[in-house]
Design a protein around this ligand. Structure first.
Ligand SMILES: NC(=O)C1=CN([C@@H]2O[C@H](COP(=O)(O)OP(=O)(O)OC[C@H]3O[C@@H](n4cnc5c(N)ncnc54)[C@H](OP(=O)(O)O)[C@@H]3O)[C@@H](O)[C@H]2O)C=CC1
Ligand SMILES: O=C(O)[C@@H]1CCC=N1
Length: 252
């Protein structure tokens, strides 16, 4: 069984490891043995555990899962030349990663929180010779899309990387709306979750504008509610959300 080495033992490392644990041996490198043990327990399979200081990544296949601000510090603690590094760090350029970690090959991957349920939308870019391996590896946690530039990956970060948080805002506020009109909170949550489950399927095959046309009857409830969303500039706010997130990615 091939070994995949995670540097970082946070949420994203655990989510990705869950998708890979049946096909690969998992090694995790962190700063704290207790946290590594907790990671192993949550993953539910035996892993190799190692502390970061003086850890050699020589010839290893690494998934890099620390925060963007940690790159320089981690680079001073580990050594060796990795076979390939897959970095999930938002907004952290191939150039910066290469300068600090100098692996043989480098890929940027942008998963999202749905990795924890095997349904991440993950975008990829970097060394073309590892495109197939990248698609196979990150394919274990959901859908992948190879992009031709880092700019597009940073835009995709503002769309699908951050997207679960945007949709969570919509989900919570729609449920609040139902509670405001008198529905019990618990019932509103069940109805909201059912809405998202069905919508998640429908949107795979139907263009959003046609989906909306299919729901909206002349003079009906949807037209009334939809008008309120337009009054609230929800469309413009969504466009601005992706713009600001993309800009932030270029600053990290
Ligand atoms: N969360 C998400 O939805 C997504 C996150 N990402 C990216 O994934 C990366 C990890 O995020 P996530 O897993 O959510 O974050 P977590 O906070 O859960 O994990 C961060 C990891 O970085 C380690 N770390 C923190 N500071 C240092 C340091 N100074 N030196 C070495 N290691 C350090 C932490 O170690 P310790 O446990 O010891 O503190 C931990 O293992 C980020 O770069 C983010 O941009 C990408 C897509 C989606
Ligand atoms: O907010 C962040 O920086 C990370 C990147 C994508 C999702 N969360």
């Amino acid at each position: 069984m091939k070994t995949i080495t995670f540097i970082g033992n946070g949420n994203m490392a655990l989510s990705i490891a869950k998708g890979l644990k049946n096909s690969y041996k998992i090694e995790v490198v962190g700063r704290n043995l207790e946290k590594l043990e907790k990671f192993e327990k949550e993953l539910g399979v035996d892993i190799e555990k190692a502390l970061m200081d003086d850890f050699s990544v020589e010839d290893k296949t690494v998934i890099f899962c620390v925060k963007p601000a940690n790159v320089e510090e981690v680079a001073t603690r580990i050594n060796g030349k990795a076979r390939v590094i897959y970095s999930v760090l938002a907004g952290t350029s191939l150039q910066k990663l290469r300068q600090n970690l100098h692996p043989h090959a480098l890929i940027r991957a942008m998963p999202n929180l749905a990795a924890s349920v095997g349904m991440s939308m993950t975008t990829l870019t970097g060394d073309e010779e590892f495109k197939t391996e990248a698609q196979e590896l990150l394919g274990a946690i959901g859908t992948t899309l190879w992009l031709g530039s880092e700019k597009e990956l940073d835009i995709a970060t503002g769309l699908a990387g951050s997207g679960p948080a945007y949709l969570a805002l919509i989900a919570e506020s729609l449920a609040d709306g139902a509670v405001k009109q008198g529905m019990k909170r618990a019932d509103a949550m069940v109805v909201m979750r059912g809405l998202f489950a069905g919508f998640g399927e429908l949107i795979q095959d139907i263009h959003p504008a046609l989906l909306k046309d299919g729901v909206m009857s002349p003079g009906g409830t949807t037209a009334a509610g939809y008008g309120a969303l337009e009054d609230g500039n929800v469309r413009a706010a969504c466009i601005s959300a992706v713009e600001r997130a993309y800009k932030r990615a270029t600053e990290l």
